[in-house]
Design a protein around this ligand. Sequence first.
Ligand SMILES: [Mn+2]
Length: 198
Amino acid sequence: MAERKGEISRKTNETSVSVSVDIDGTGAASISTGVGFFDHMLDQLSRHSLIDMDIQVKGDLHIDDHHTVEDTGIAIGQAIAKALGDRKGITRYASIDLAMDETMTKAAIDISGRPFLVWNVSFSAPKIGTFDTELVREFFQALAQNAGITLHVLNHYGANNHHIAETCFKAVARVLRASTEIDPRQSDRVPSTKGMLA
Ligand SMILES: [Mn+2]
């Protein structure tokens, strides 16, 4: 099978982002965004998707974390889209209900080529440490848009905001893993009656 790797470098007046991914990796991560909590979440994304991720970001953190988080999501999304190429052979659909202590979060994915995010998650506090909780959605919006995936995330319940955020990243990681896995029963064709997904 051809390698499924993607590399994106993106530079604006607000951020400088370089991302490389290997879909068929082991979850090896080298991540530095300058935002501690975000690094912790991206580490989960890599570890539980088994997608190797090298993510190096320098952003305008003197303003806030917004541009850094959004632009990292854009670059990861673009890198994944590039790595998936024509999406031939992929499983395409996956969903999971992921538990972590008192929290339960569902993620459902369609590697459709059609970007869409349905976000049904709320936080009881505006911050986790110094991290703005509203940026969790911003990240997944940028990811879904740029990867060309339909992504639904629903928090069923939970009390701790760190857990709620972390279950979102872990659940999306697991559905990314399952949906990008090659389906041995149709490994040489695109899983769509349209004949294309890209
Ligand atoms: Mn944690």
